[in-house]
Design a binder for this molecule. Structure first.
Ligand code: C2E
Ligand code: CA
Ligand code: CA
Length: 713
C-alpha cells in the first residue's frame, strides 16, 4: 500500500476544484494534490515521475478528459487516470471507460465522497498489476535461462526426486526428462567416489545450504565423465526445504587437456616414448627398487648414424617417420619393465633393469644394432640405417642417473669414433677433455674480467596490436680472436664450472641498466626478459642481486622478467619455491622457458605463480605442417589461459606461423620473422623503424644488423 497518494488534478473550474480538494483532504493527509488547469501544465507535470494517478475533469476549456487520457498514456502509460464528469455527459463517460480510463465519478456532492476510495483502489490495483508483470518477466527470463543454459540444470523436490531438468542436462547425460522424472539424481553416480564423499556433500548441504565440487558422473550409455557440480538448497519463508537445485558443468574437455599435458610432461610427442624427465625418474625408482639386488642395470645411449644427412636428403617428415620406426623397433628389443626414451633429435636411451650379468646387457645392444640395421620402407623408399651405442652399467659406472647419463654419453662418443654401427661400454679412461675444461674455465673468467660479454636483444611482439612489448636479453661472447661466440658454446660449460653465477649476475645487471637507459631516452613500456640457470638458484643470493640491481639502475621491478626452465622448478623444490616467492614479492614477472619439453606440471605453475609460458621452438617450427605440433600448441595455449597465464611462442620464422598462432589465441611471439637478436644500438634503430611500419599496419621483416649466428642448441 502507498501511504500518501500523489494526485495530479486537472480542472479549470475553481468551484469544482474546491469541491474535490475538500473531498480529498477530508480524510486526513492520505492525499497530496497538485492542481493544474492547462494542457501545457499537464505535459510539464508528467515529465516528473512523482504522481500515483491523474484525476481529470471531463470538460476543460478547449479539450476533454479524453485528450488528457491520451496525453497521459503517451507520456506515462503506467499512470491510472480517473475522470470526473458532470451530469449529462454519461455517453462520454462510457466512451472513456472503454478506452481504458480506470474509473469515473460524478461531480455531485453525493458521489464525490466516493472519490478517495476510488483513487486509492485504482492506485493499489495498478501497483499490483505492475508488480505481477515484473514477476512474470523474471519468471520468463529464468525460464529462458533454464532452457538455453549450456550447463545441465536439475531440480528436485525435498525428497530428492527429480522434478525438472533442462535440455542441456539431457544433452550431457543422455537421459530425457521422462526417464529421470521422480528418480534420485544418484542414478548419475559413477564408481569413482566413496560413500564418504557423498556423506560430506550432504553434510555441507545441510550446514551451508550449498555444495560445489568436481564429481565424476556416469552417462546413460555407461561412460563416465568429469563435471563441476553446484547444488543449492532452496527453502521457503519458513525455512523448510522446498527444492534442491543442481548445476552441472561438463569438464570433459578441460580434463582431457590436462591429461594430455600430463602425458606430454613425460613423453616425447613424436614417438610417444618416455622423455628425459620420465627416464630420470624411472632410473631413480629402479635404483631404489633393484639397487640392492644381485643383478645389473644398464643404460644404453643409442644415436642413429648419419641421421642429419638422412634428414637433409629426404626431408623432415621422412626423418620423423624413420624416428617413429626406430622407436618401434627399440621397444621390441626390451622387456616391459625396461624404459625406452627419446632424448630428442636422433638420440634414444634404454634403461634395462635387473639383468643377471653384463653380458646380458651387451646382448641387448647387439639385438638393437641388428634390428635397427634391417631395411626401412618409408613412402615407397627403402633405406638402411645404423646406430652407435654407448653403455653405462649400474652400479659400476655410476650411482645415480646424472652420473650414468654423463658416462653413457662419453661411451657413445667412443662408439662413434670407433667407426659407428657398434657399441662401447663406458670405462674410466673415457673421462677425457679435462684439460680443455680447465682451459675454458680460465678463459671465461678472463672474459668476465675483461668485459668480453655483451647482450643481444630480441624483440617480443604482442599479437593483439603488433607492438613491441619487450625484449629477451641473450648473451654473446665477443671473443678477441674468435669473434662472436653464441651462448650454446659456453653456457653449458659455465653451468658446469659454476661461472654461470657471476656471469648471470652480470647479465641481470647489464639488461636492467640497458632498459633503464632506454626508458630515460624515451623507449617506454618495455620489459626485459633474462634467462636464468638452475645454479643461480642454488648458489648466489639471487633475490639480493635482483633487488640491488633494480635499485642501482632505478628500474621498476615490473620491467624485469625472469625466464626459468621447468627443470629449475623440479630440482630442490622447496628452496626454489622460497626464492621464487621472494622474487615475486619484489614485483617482477616470471615465465617458463622452453615450455612443453620438460616436466610441465600444472601444479608447479600454480605454486610458482608464473605469469607466462614460452612455448618451445620445437613445437613452433613445424606448426603449420604438423597437426600433432599444432594440437600440442593449442593445448598449451588453452591450459595457459585457463590458468590465467599469457603465452609467447618463440622461434616464429614466417608469416603463416604467425597467423596460425594468432588464430590459436597465442598472446605474444618472438622470432626471426620479426627480428633476430641484435646489439642494443641496433635495437634502437629497429624499434624506430618498426614503429613507423606498424603505423603503416605492416609487420616488418628482419633488419640487417641482426645476429649473424643462428642459435646453438
Ligand atoms: P633460449 O632462451 O630458448 O633462447 C632462444 C634462442 O632461440 C636464442 O638463441 C635465439 O637467438 C633463438 N631464436 C630466436 N628466434 C628464433 C627463430 O625464429 N628461429 C630459430 N631457429 N631460432 C631463434 P641463442 O641466443 O643462441 O641462445 C641459446 C640459449 O642460450 C638460450 O635459449 C638460453 O637457454 C641460453 N642463454 C642465452 N643467454 C643466456 C643468459 O644470459 N643466461 C643463461 N643462463 N642462458 C642464456
Ligand atoms: Ca629464453
Ligand atoms: Ca626458449
Amino acid at each position: 500500500m502507498i501511504k500518501q497518494i500523489h494526485v495530479l488534478y486537472i480542472d479549470d473550474n475553481p468551484f469544482d476544484r474546491d469541491l474535490v480538494r475538500d473531498a480529498l483532504t477530508a480524510t486526513g493527509d492520505g492525499f497530496l494534490v497538485t492542481e493544474i488547469s492547462t494542457r501545457g501544465e499537464l505535459e510539464a507535470a508528467l515529465v516528473n515521475n512523482v504522481y500515483n494517478c491523474v484525476l481529470s475533469d471531463l470538460n476543460i476549456l478547449g479539450y476533454t478528459g479524453l485528450d488528457v487520457f491520451d496525453i497521459v498514456k503517451k507520456l506515462r502509460p503506467e499512470l491510472p487516470v480517473v475522470i470526473l464528469t458532470g451530469t449529462g455527459s454519461e455517453e462520454l463517460a462510457v466512451e472513456s471507460m472503454k478506452r481504458g480510463v480506470s474509473d469515473y465519478i460524478l461531480k455531485t456532492p453525493r458521489h464525490i465522497i466516493r472519490l478517495p476510495y476510488s483513487l486509492a483502489s485504482v492506485v493499489e490495483s495498478t501497483r499490483l498489476t505492475l508488480e505481477r508483470r515484473a514477476d512474470e518477466e523474471k519468471l520468463r527470463i529464468a525460464g529462458t535461462v533454464f532452457q538455453a543454459s549450456r550447463e545441465g540444470i536439475m531440480v528436485t523436490d525435498p525428497e530428492v526426486r527429480l522434478t525438472m531438468v533442462n535440455p542441456s542436462f539431457t544433452h550431457i547425460t543422455g537421459y530425457s526428462f521422462e526417464e529421470v522424472r521422480g528418480r534420485n539424481p544418484s542414478l548419475l553416480r559413477s564408481e569413482r567416489h566413496s560413500a564418504d564423499f557423498f556423506r560430506s556433500m550432504w553434510a555441507s548441504l545441510s550446514r551451508d545450504g550449498y555444495w560445489q565440487g568436481e564429481i565424476w558422473n556416469r552417462r546413460k550409455d555407461g561412460t563416465e565423465w568429469p563435471s563441476w557440480l553446484s547444488i543449492t538448497v532452496v527453502r521457503d519463508e519458513n525455512g523448510e526445504v522446498r527444492h534442491y537445485a543442481g548445476v552441472l558443468t561438463d569438464m570433459t574437455e578441460r580434463w582431457e587437456a590436462s591429461e594430455r599435458l600430463k602425458f606430454l610432461a613425460y613423453h616425447d610427442h613424436l614417438t610417444g616414448l618416455s622423455n628425459r624427465t620420465h627416464l630420470e625418474e624411472h632410473i631413480a625408482t629402479s635404483i631404489k627398487k633393484y639397487g640392492r639386488a644381485e643383478g645389473y642395470s644398464g643404460l644404453l645411449f643409442i644415436d642413429i648414424d648419419n641421421f642429419k644427412s638422412i634428414n637433409s636428403t629426404y626431408g623432415h617428415i621422412f626423418g620423423d617417420h624413420l624416428l617413429k620406426r626406430v622407436a618401434h623397433r627399440l621397444i621390441e628389443c626390451v622387456s616391459p619393465a625396461d624404459n625406452v626414451c627419446r632424448l630428442g633429435g636422433d638420440e634414444f636411451m634404454i634403461y634395462t633393469v635387473d639383468r643377471p650379468s653384463i653380458d646380458h646387457i651387451a646382448d641387448i645392444a647387439k639385438l638393437v644394432l641388428e634390428r635397427l640395421a634391417l631395411p626401412y620402407e618409408i613412402h615407397g623408399q627403402t633405406l638402411q640405417a645404423s646406430a652407435s651405442i654407448g653403455i653405462a652399467v649400474y652400479p659400476d659406472d655410476g650411482y645415480d642417473s646424472e652420473v650414468l647419463i654423463r658416462n653413457v654419453d662419453a661411451a657413445m662418443s667412443h662408439a662413434k669414433e670407433a667407426g659407428r654401427n657398434t657399441f662401447r661400454f663406458f670405462n674410466h679412461q673415457m673421462k677425457t677433455g679435462t684439460e680443455s675444461y680447465l682451459y675454458l674455465r680460465h678463459s671465461l673468467l678472463k672474459a668476465l674480467e675483461n668485459g668480453e660479454f655483451i647482450l643481444y636483444y630480441q624483440p617480443q611482439i604482442n599479437l593483439l596490436d603488433n607492438n613491441i612489448i619487450g625484449v629477451e636479453a641473450l648473451i654473446r661472447w665477443k671473443h678477441p680472436v674468435h669473434g662472436i661466440i653464441p651462448p650454446g658454446r659456453f653456457i653449458p660449460a659455465a653451468e658446469d664450472n659454476g661461472l654461470i653465477v657471476p656471469i648471470g649476475e652480470w647479465v641481470i645487471h647489464e639488461a636492467c641498466r640497458q632498459l633503464s637507459a632506454w626508458k630515460k631516452s624515451g623507449i617506454s613500456k618495455m620489459v626485459v626478459a633474462v634467462n636464468l640457470s638452475a645454479l643461480q638458484f642454488r648458489r648466489g643470493d639471487l633475490e639480493q642481486t635482483v633487488a640491488t640491481v633494480l635499485r642501482d639502475v632505478q628500474l621498476d621491478a615490473s620491467c624485469l622478467e625472469l625466464e626459468l626452465t621447468e627443470s629449475i622448478m623440479i630440482k630442490n623444490i622447496d628452496n626454489v619455491l622460497d626464492i621464487v616467492k621472494r622474487l615475486k614479492t619484489l614485483g617482477l614477472m616470471l615465465s617458463i622457458d622452453d615450455f612443453g619439453t620438460g616436466y610441465s606440471s600444472l601444479a608447479y605453475l600454480k605454486r610458482f605463480k608464473v605469469d607466462k609460458l614460452k612455448i618451445d621452438q620445437s613445437f613452433i617450427r613445424d606448426l603449420t605442417s604438423d597437426p600433432e605440433d599444432a594440437a600440442i600448441v593449442r593445448t598449451i595455449i588453452q591450459m595457459a589461459h585457463s590458468l590465467n597465464l599469457r603465452t609467447i611462442a618463440e622461434g616464429v620464422e614466417d608469416a603463416p606461423t604467425l597467423e596460425h598462432l594468432r588464430r590459436l589465441g597465442c598472446d605474444e611471439i618472438q622470432g626471426y620473422y620479426i627480428a633476430k637478436p641484435m646489439p642494443a644500438d641496433a635495437f634502437v634503430d629497429f624499434a624506430a623503424a618498426y614503429g613507423r611500419k606498424i603505423s603503416d599496419a605492416r609487420v616488418p621483416t628482419p633488419t640487417d644488423h641482426s645476429d649473424p649466428v643462428g642459435p646453438v642448441h
